[in-house]
Design a protein around this ligand. Structure first.
Ligand code: 6GU
Length: 462
């Protein structure tokens, strides 16, 4: 590949003579020619700029000078021996360009035979220059390195040569190191890397990397990549492809707030937050469609409807949201669509919530006696498409955190719930969330009685 760089500072590009790009030049994999734009000026001052038409600060680079320079450079032949296949691309660094991406660099590396880089200074190049060449069958590419301003395009030209050049065959010694890197095919930032010494200033390399278990190492790296990407580049995480994700991958992403519901092509960023009054309509609809899912088969539709009418109507939900003793948490996307909710009854002081409903006031779990309130998890529902993907664990964690904030002054607050004994899916899920079975109760839905299992757990994780 051939690069031609035009600039008023051609001496700037001596950096390209060192390192891998320098070696690639020495081996003939790529050729870099720099050109002094002032060679195409036609006045004694060798001036390349003028004041902006229409007024304003700064100077603009002249179209006539750039036109003469680019005509010559674009017309000059490729060095002999190079395949003439591939396009010539006119690349123009500018903070007003499209962000330079790894995909764009890959595309240039595979499709371009020559890249001519026109480095502007001052306020940029007269806009007619790029317009003219685009109209005359030259592929143009106005690109930016990021959302900040440099004094000129030279740094960005060096960046383009290196980012494209390293993708050419033979530039990077081990092509495998191009596979698992940031901005690679997976669309994630790269996981953290380590080398010897294993222990350095009291910091140890993570043990899993020393285990020799390749599956575990691969999983550990994938999860660290998820975490990093979630923290630093959430925009990237929302674009990853979900088809190859395992159930465990989806659960890991859910912990980070990125849910992959049934059929979703990309993860969806969701929050667990307290419900607001503007959630009422959506929340009432969610509550009405999820409540029957947990009801045992012998319950009649009429009993279920009576229950929803009495306890889950929009006006009930508005009351739960407004009343201090109730905490309503929702699993919500950024458009306010709700995929799950929890409803907790918080007793006054270190009292018991739901003593008439079978609260296990005397229960001790894991040898940890209750010293604080016994809170009732009265409702805990996740929409159908969000089951089995870690959404419940994410909603529960958000609920637990909110409850801990509310009972921060107590040493050992407890949480309890009742669920129908036939609902094995829910019972399994509650055990996985950390609950233990502590008793039974009778729970009335409409005019029918149900036998429930009662679960409890300390709110603080051990
Ligand atoms: Cl490509 N040029 C200039 N002048 N500033 C920039 C840039 C390019 N990318 C980010 N800032």
């Amino acid at each position: 590949m051939r690069f031609d760089i035009l600039s008023v500072f051609p001496e700037f590009f001596s950096v390209l003579d060192v390192s891998l790009v320098g070696k690639a030049q020495a081996h003939g994999v790529l050729t870099i020619t720099t050109h002094d734009l002032r060679d195409w000026t036609d006045d004694p001052h060798r001036s390349v700029d003028d004041t902006p038409v229409g007024g304003g600060a700064g100077m603009v680079m002249r179209a006539d000078v750039w036109g003469r320079a680019l005509d010559d450079v674009l017309r000059s032949p490729l060095p002999s021996g190079e395949p003439s296949s591939g396009e010539t691309v006119l690349a123009i660094p500018t903070p007003a360009g499209i962000p330079l991406t790894q995909r764009a660099c890959e595309d240039l590396a595979s499709s371009a035979a020559r890249i001519v880089i026109a480095c502007g200074r001052y306020e940029g190049i007269d806009a007619r220059v790029v317009e003219y060449y685009a109209a005359h069958n030259v592929r143009t590419f106005e690109y930016s390195l990021g959302d900040y301003v440099l004094n000129g395009g030279e740094i960005a030209a060096v960046a383009l040569v290196e980012a494209v050049g390293r993708l050419l065959p033979g530039v990077v010694g081990n092509p495998e190191s191009l596979v698992e890197e940031s901005h690679g095919a997976a669309g994630l930032l790269e996981y953290p890397v380590f080398t010897r010494p294993i222990e350095w200033r009291g910091y140890r390399v993570p043990d899993v990397l020393l285990s020799g278990n390749h599956r575990e190492v691969a999983r550990w790296r994938r999860y660290r990549a998820y975490e990093r990407t979630a923290q630093r580049r959430p925009d990237m995480l929302e674009r990853i492809d979900t088809v190859a994700l395992t159930k465990r991958d989806k659960r890991k992403l859910a912990e980070l707030g990125y849910l992959v519901p049934q059929g979703a092509a990309h993860p969806l960023r969701m929050d667990v937050r307290e419900a607001r009054l503007d959630d009422v309509a959506e929340l009432a609809a969610l509550a009405a469609r999820t409540f029957p899912d947990a009801a045992p088969p012998h319950l009649t539709a009429q009993s279920v409807d009576m229950f929803i009418e009495e306890f889950l109507s929009a006006s009930c939900i508005a009351h739960y949201i407004e009343a201090d003793e109730w905490l309503v948490m929702v699993l919500s996307d950024r458009c306010g669509h709700l995929a799950g909710y929890s409803l907790c009854l918080i007793p006054a002081g270190d009292g018991v919530a739901g003593s008439d409903d079978g609260a296990p006031a005397a229960a001790v779990v894991g040898g940890r006696a209750r010293r604080g309130p016994l809170i009732e998890l009265s409702k805990f529902y996740v929409d159908r498409d969000y089951r089995g993907i870690g959404a419940a664990a994410y909603l529960f964690e958000g609920t637990r955190t909110a409850l801990l904030r509310r009972s921060a002054q107590y040493e050992e607050p407890y949480l309890w719930l009742g669920t129908n004994h036939e609902n094995t899916r829910a019972r399994h899920a509650y055990r996985k969330l950390g609950f233990s079975e502590v008793g039974t109760r009778v729970f009335r839905v409409g005019d029918q009685d149900n036998s429930d299992v009662v679960y409890a757990m300390p709110l603080r994780v051990a």
